[in-house]
Write a protein of this length. Structure first.
Length: 85
């Protein structure tokens, strides 16, 4: 490993990056088939059936459903309280 970069070293790297502009060449996959291959790369080493991202999405859906049910329940309780007066 190299040691920390000096100010001159950082400036040399900065100038090289500005001259080469690597961010313009690295676009990633553009076709649906290429995107599917890249997505499969990330799932190749996952531990279970679902990735963490898939689990979070499923949990978010359940949380949204529960929040909606709670909201409807509060509305029903308020409606019943007003109708009994």
């Amino acid at each position: 490993m190299r040691g920390p970069l000096s100010a001159e070293g950082r400036e040399r790297l900065r100038q090289a990056a500005l001259a080469n502009r690597p961010w313009e060449k690295s676009t990633g996959p553009t076709t649906p088939a290429g995107k599917a291959i890249v997505a499969a790369n990330g799932r190749a080493r996952q531990k279970g059936e679902m990735s963490v991202r898939q689990k979070r999405a499923a949990t978010a859906q359940v949380s949204a459903l529960l929040a909606g049910m709670a909201s409807l329940r509060r509305a029903a309780v308020r409606s019943n309280a007003h109708s009994s007066e």
